[in-house]
Write a protein that binds this ligand. Sequence first.
Ligand code: 5AD
Ligand code: SF4
Length: 475
Amino acid sequence: MEAQRAFCAENKRLLENRYGRSPKALVRAFGCAQNMDDGEKIKGMLAEMGCTFTESVEEADIALYNTCAIRENAEQKVFGILGQATHQKELRRDMLIALCGCMAQQKEVSDKLRRSFPGVDLVFGPHALYKLPQLLHETLLHAVPGQRKRVYDTEDIDGVIAEGIPTLREDKVRAGLPIMYGCNNFCTYCVVPLVRGRERSRRPEDVLQEARSLVEAGYKEITLLGQNVNSYGKNGEEGMDFPELLEAVANIPGDFWVRFMTSHPRDCTRKLIDTMARNPKICNSLHLPVQSGNDRVLKAMNRHYTREQYLEIVRYAKEKIPGLHFTSDIIVGFPGETREEFEETLSLIREVGYQSLFTFIFSPRPGTRAAQMDDPVPAAEKSKWFQELLAVQKECGMKLYDRMTGQTVKILCEGYGKEKGILSDQPVPAGKALLMGRTEEGMVIDFFGDPRLIGQFVPVTVIKSANFALAGEIR
Ligand code: 5AD
Ligand code: SF4
């Protein structure tokens, strides 16, 4: 990181010469919470190089896209956006375009960029994120008309942990805190282990130090992040497993909430549930991706648990933590999934009663085992199943929302509410603003209040529930 800091200083000089002022950067991150966190690190490093930020590609001197490879449509979207950026570059030759993240790590993508997107100057994978200053330096040296050479760093390595990357956090209330990187699970549909490398955990002292500084800086919610947080410390060197780390974070003095994601059901232990149960700062919300409710499909997905084992954890957690809400990820139309097997997913959704779901139609990813499997069900049929799944979830999820009416709950006020929300038909009372917050279960709630409440815990009574939204009144 020392070397990278020196590159930052050098780039600052080069960028100022190139643009004759402090350069404007557009940073867009797609996909998971981990990618959003990486986006904040990219901004942190660019800020050290003297950049200011813009949301508009027309204004950007540097456009940087931190991409997601989990499904094909996410990739298509990025290629469309890259097309717009390269069009801008035709108008302003000194513009720089960079693509990083999970897409960049895939050979098929970097080949396509070389072939069809000559306007892209810099391409690097998730492993090379900490090296952005150095890579940008190389790009700047070569980004001279006539001598132009594109910079690629997409080496296939297991990955390292780089501590001390500057982070620019836009949100002043909630912060993500990565605790581990990579994944060893090799679910047969998933590209993540191929692009993000093997599991590696940060040292507990580094995680705790960062958590302490977030609390000191006034953050009220910390989300511990990892592709599979339950694998934290599995190789023993860290001296702490995930429940122990979670409890240590919760034990930091101060008024704040702790969340975490993602939790793989295979390693979701009773110890984790017991830890959640006894620590009021750990939110009553558990994201536990089930993917399918059928044992044959789960096996074909290489998930390492059965429907019954999953339900067993859910039952235990519901018993130990009254009021706990579950969320999950579901894949519809995994290769070979039959109608009967899909119906088992529907029955599982009814049985668990999720607050919300992230639902996906299977998308074949290059290099994964599932992409090689026979996939006889037509896309139109999968879409029908998908719609059915959404309807079942709507019915189950709404029950949890409706049940909230009349209850007084502690919420964290995160900011201003959306204009087209549940309270938009009501006039804003004098001296107040439309605010929004979230319950510890993760439900969004709108209410009128003093904007100075943003960033504070507030007791609110729920007065209305409609279409997965709540309205409340301050007590
Ligand atoms: N197709 C569809 N959904 C996928 N996911 C991961 N890979 C694929 C794929 N190839 C979903 C899983 C995972 C979530 C992050 O994305 O449900 O939990
Ligand atoms: Fe992908 Fe499975 Fe790892 Fe999650 S646990 S990142 S779904 S391989």
